[in-house]
Write a protein that binds this ligand. Structure first.
Ligand code: TYD
Length: 203
């Protein structure tokens, strides 16, 4: 009986320990993080996923990002609700493969706080989400980033994105598991190779 209990407990622990890495990409719109997240997912034979998702909350978010009078607190709540469901999917994938996630709750902390939403409250509503193993923050020249955009969503303005990028830098500067890459004037391939070599030390 005791032996059976021990075996069951060991099996449970093995499931807990045998998860794959959860890697998050962050950066401003047009920074090139989507391209890099996809390349890394391919390289690691992992699952690429992104936020906002295509859930009902994600669709509502997309509508608000394209409307002129959306409310940033409402958006913060919708991003968190979208993330709640997304996290369950991520946890399921992590049992079998690495997960590479394009934007996560650090986007809410940077974008919604720079839009005027209280940062402590943002941290509170996001505090129970799974922590990533590694965060890759792609820093870039804001003008270059803007010139790459072919959409015209709510947050895609130069002055605003400059503030968001500074906020990201503050959040990540003393964090251990963060890779910060400035890809200004770097090719897609060189950026990818740099990410791959630096990520090895953290996984
Ligand atoms: P984005 O990654 O740019 O999606 P796409 O490349 O498909 O347009 O995300 C859309 C916008 O959502 C972007 O401006 C950042 C914003 N966003 C937040 O403001 N908070 C969040 O928590 C997330 C996930 C995204």
């Amino acid at each position: 009986m005791i032996l059976q209990l021990i075996i069951r407990e060991l099996a449970r622990l093995e499931v807990l320990f045998m998860t794959h890495p959860f890697i998050v990409f962050e950066g401003i719109d047009g920074s090139g993080k989507t391209t890099q997240a996809r390349l890394l997912a391919q390289k690691l034979n992992g699952v690429y996923t992104s936020e906002p998702t295509s859930s009902d909350y994600g669709l509502k978010i997309r509508k608000l990002l394209n409307s002129t009078n959306s409310n940033d607190t409402e958006l913060a709540l919708l991003f968190a609700l979208d993330r709640l469901k997304h996290c369950q999917t991520i946890q399921t994938h992590l049992k079998t493969k690495p997960v590479i996630c394009d934007r996560y709750y650090y986007s809410s902390l940077a974008y919604q706080s720079m839009a005027g939403v209280d940062k402590e409250w943002l941290k509170q509503i996001n505090k129970h989400f799974l922590e990533p193993d590694v965060i890759v923050f792609i820093k870039t020249n804001v003008e270059q980033a803007i010139s790459r955009l072919d959409t015209n969503e709510k947050y895609e303005r130069k002055e605003f994105l400059m503030k968001v990028q500074e906020e990201y830098e503050k959040t990540f500067q003393n964090k251990k598991n963060v890779i910060i890459i400035d890809n200004t004037n770097m090719s897609i391939l060189d950026t990818h190779k740099t990410i791959c070599s630096r990520i090895k030390c953290l996984l």
